[in-house]
Design a protein around this ligand. Sequence first.
Ligand SMILES: Nc1ncnc2c1ncn2[C@@H]1O[C@H](COP(=O)(O)OP(=O)(O)OP(=O)(O)O)[C@@H](O)[C@H]1O
Length: 274
Amino acid sequence: MIELTKEKPNIDESAFDGAMYHEGVVDTRHGTILYLEDVSVSFDGFRALNQLSLYIDAGELRCLIGPNGAGKTTLMDVITGKTRPDTGSVFFGQTIDLLKMDEAAIAEAGIGRKFQKPSVFEALTVFENLELALKANKSTWSSLLFRLNGEQRDLIGQTLETIGLTALAGKRAGILSHGQKQWLEIGMLLMQEPLVMLVDEPVAGMTHQEVERTAELLLSLQGKRSIVVVEHDMEFIRSIAHKVTVLHEGSVLTEGTMDEVQNDPRVIQVYLGD
Ligand SMILES: Nc1ncnc2c1ncn2[C@@H]1O[C@H](COP(=O)(O)OP(=O)(O)OP(=O)(O)O)[C@@H](O)[C@H]1O
């Protein structure tokens, strides 16, 4: 079981199915941190997700691939509360019903998302961006009075090391390369101490060297956090993947190692072959 290290999230008690929730703890005793079962989403009669079931283990790094329109973004939107499914269930650990929570409560409970386009504050330094991400946890009033304590400085220091930007901590984020901005944004997400990180196309537009560094970064996080990566870059997926889930027409087509899915004739037909 992974313990939430931050304060007890402010979750409506009605989101809990039964009395299994212990203060500050997401119940992963069965090894699974995200349960999606029979999830369907329709837009004007078009099924973007079609009875999709997916299970993510605590601490795993899962790669999600699939052709354009397969439903990857919609799946992320359902997990983070942006889109409500028509049918199905979505649980965080065994007991937290995400369908009863809004986007803010889901984020606060420990599910963080990094969008494809970096949105760092260019006028602020790298350090200040991380500081701001830490403050975003606080209410507006307490963030006005907020001063970093030693523990929080250490957390920023560790995060700078993790994302490889320690030497640039005092530089304005606007001067960073595209890859460095992406790492900073991953760092900002880490400041929220999420248990689950959803990462959308992290290496799009990166140089080869930056792609390699991003692979190392994500691999260094597995075990500590559960990470779901959506990416089209197959070489990158191969370098990080243990288990790959292939989506097609809103459902899971197959799951397995990169070799297994790449040699699956159905995958070759719908995705890798085109
Ligand atoms: N808000 C919406 N309204 C109508 N249709 C939508 C909406 N959002 C997604 N869709 C449709 O649902 C399908 C799944 O889209 P989604 O963005 O989830 O796919 P994806 O796998 O993320 O694709 P890509 O790899 O291109 O990002 C697509 O056909 C898309 O056009």
